[in-house]
Design a protein around this ligand. Structure first.
Ligand code: C2E
Ligand code: MG
Ligand code: MG
Ligand code: MG
Length: 287
């Protein structure tokens, strides 16, 4: 351990580092029991059609209600779950809950004018390499009686950079079944744009950093050009574009003009309980 000759600055830094290690370690060892004790829950954030403002579905975002630390966001524990392999059963649980939720929304919406709601679920790279992914997904959809086209699996761009055929095979099988695959956080991974043709994806989720560039009106001209280019490339490859992190009406308007298809962000709704999505979508149908 490096200690400073004078003062306690380094000792303080050490103490903080120790506390972080303990928390990390504590959280990691608590994960399996947390899954058994149902300490995880899912919030849903609406996906809104930019053309007509209607709710088309939602993204499932997992949280952990920790008995001591309160609600923890996924950035606090998903990396730990990936590290220990718990992400596989945790991810399966999220998928199962989300698909059931989608069925519930769809049943309650039957007979209304709204398009059937769809569910987006995030997949970790560890789940992609897990041999059971395709079968688990098929089983979960069948058990819930939900059509594959109700489901969109989100995979980050960085998880697919340099992906070989073995990694893409399960995604291809899912895509052939009718499950949509979205490339999440697109634009942050420096991937080769030509590479997109090789991937079995049908949706690009443009990273929040691009949306932030649309904060001023008129937006930064360079940001505008970049987004315009991405949208036209995506559309020419038959990919739909979803934008993340829309916080203002000006951003929504700008992104709509640029041709983006779907949006998600605090401007529409924060992630929340499933009933809220039902209410939002139903409000659409009746107004
Ligand atoms: P993501 O998939 O890119 O999800 C979008 C994140 O942006 C969410 O953070 C969401 O709450 C946040 N967000 C939405 N709208 C806005 C906005 O207008 N402004 C700002 N500043 N943020 C907004 P969250 O819930 O903390 O999730 C973080 C990441 O954790 C997700 O990023 C996803 O990669 C991962 N994650 C969440 N749930 C799961 C899961 O079930 N499995 C796996 N493997 N990863 C998950
Ligand atoms: Mg996502
Ligand atoms: Mg994202
Ligand atoms: Mg993102």
């Amino acid at each position: 351990r490096a200690k400073s000759a004078g003062g306690n600055r380094f000792e303080l830094a050490d103490a903080e580092a120790d506390a972080r290690v303990i928390t990390r370690h504590g959280l990691t060892t608590a994960l399996p029991a947390a899954l058994e004790r149902s300490e995880f829950f899912i919030e849903y954030q609406p996906l809104v059609h930019l053309g007509d403002g209607s709710v088309r579905g939602a993204e499932a975002l997992v949280r952990w209600l920790h008995p001591q630390h309160g609600v923890l966001g996924p950035d606090r524990f998903i990396p730990l779950a990936e590290h220990t392999g718990l992400i596989v059963p945790l991810g399966r649980w999220v998928l199962e809950q989300s698909v059931r939720q989608a069925r519930d929304w769809r049943e309650r919406h039957a007979g209304t004018a709204t398009a059937p709601l769809r569910i987006n679920v995030n997949l970790s790279p560890c789940q992609l390499t897990h041999a059971g992914l395709v079968q688990d997904t098929v089983d979960i959809l069948q058990a819930a009686g939900v059509e594959p086209d109700a489901l969109c699996l989100e995979v980050t761009e960085s998880a697919l950079i340099g992906a070989d055929d073995d990694l893409l095979k399960p995604l291809r099988r899912l895509a052939e079944m009718g499950v949509d695959i979205a490339l999440d956080d697109f634009g942050t991974g420096y991937s080769n744009l030509a590479n997109l043709r090789r991937l079995p994806v049908s949706i690009l989720k443009l990273d929040r950093s691009f949306t932030q560039g649309m904060q001023q009106f008129p937006a930064d001209p360079v940001d505008l050009k970049i987004v315009e280019g991405i949208v036209s490339l995506a559309h020419s490859l038959n990919l739909a574009v979803t934008v993340e992190g829309v916080e203002t009406g000006a951003q929504a308007e700008q992104l709509r003009i640029l041709g983006c298809d779907t949006a998600q962000g605090w401007y529409y709704a924060r992630p929340g309980p499933p009933e809220r999505l039902h209410d939002l979508a139903l409000a659409d149908a009746t107004t």
